[in-house]
Design a protein around this ligand. Structure first.
Ligand SMILES: [Zn+2]
Length: 244
């Protein structure tokens, strides 16, 4: 269902969930509302009106974000590592191993002259993955110890919509490869967030209280993370007895 408010179309989808879940997606600031089956169209409409300021603000934020345009992996492009911006510089090599090194504010990628865009992309992704793995090993280890958690398993995956996820019953965490691009303190926030899902599986008050106890500035870090890179801005509204 589409609800149109002023000149904005909002896609409304009913799901077997308990809470309203409002998102703004890059790159076009598409607004999406997931809502429980037990609420009516009128509920959705009045909810959206109530969140109107939030919607406008976040649409603007998303539209003003530096675009993650289609990358070509060629010299001159900007690429981020741990929140710092670098300029990519390709150097073709005909012998020896392909490699990626940082030199000053440049990421220098040594690759074959006939490397395709996909080859270059894969080479850079592997480099990102290696960097992220090092940081995550450190952060997951540190926080498991600090929280008295038994060790967990974790993997790095490219994900379109989430920074991380947690399968609590398997004690398995998944981290988005794109985290290699964001500031370290934001990666730490995601690590603590996913580890906290071992104790509480939703984002309700208990989860938030635990987060505040563990990482008092987590809300600020979450905002910093969402401002930094084009993943959807989300607002999960806990559904109390009378949500509207
Ligand atoms: Zn979560």
């Amino acid at each position: 269902m589409i609800i149109r408010l002023q000149d904005i179309e909002i896609e409304v989808e009913r799901k077997p969930i308990r809470n309203m879940h409002l998102s703004v997606y890059p790159p076009n600031a598409h607004v999406h509302l997931s809502m429980p089956f037990f609420l009516s169209d009128e509920d959705a409409r009045s909810f959206l009106l109530k969140k109107w300021a939030w919607i406008c603000h976040n649409r603007e934020q998303v539209l003003n974000q530096p675009r993650q345009t289609q990358r070509e992996y060629i010299s001159g492009e900007s690429h981020y590592l741990f929140g710092s911006r670098y300029m990519l510089l390709l150097e073709s090599v005909t012998a020896g191993a392909n490699s990626v090194v940082i030199h000053g504010n440049k990421i220098i990628m040594h690759c074959r002259p006939n490397a395709t865009r996909d080859n270059r992309r894969a080479q850079l992704q592997e480099w990102y993955r290696a960097h992220l793995r090092t940081i995550l090993t450190e952060l997951v280890g540190k926080w498991c110890e600090q929280l008295g958690e038994a060790p967990v398993e974790w993997t790095i995956k490219y994900m379109k919509r989430e920074w991380g996820s947690c399968i609590a019953r398997k004690r398995h965490l998944v981290f988005n490869l794109d985290l290699a691009r964001v500031p370290m303190e934001c990666i730490e926030y995601i690590v603590v967030h996913e580890l906290t899902h071992l104790a509480v599986q939703n984002h309700g008050p208990a989860f938030q209280a635990l987060m505040t106890q563990r990482l008092p500035n987590w809300k600020l870090l979450r905002k910093q993370l969402n401002d930094f890179i084009a993943l959807p801005v989300e607002d999960i509204i806990e559904n109390e007895q009378n949500p509207l």
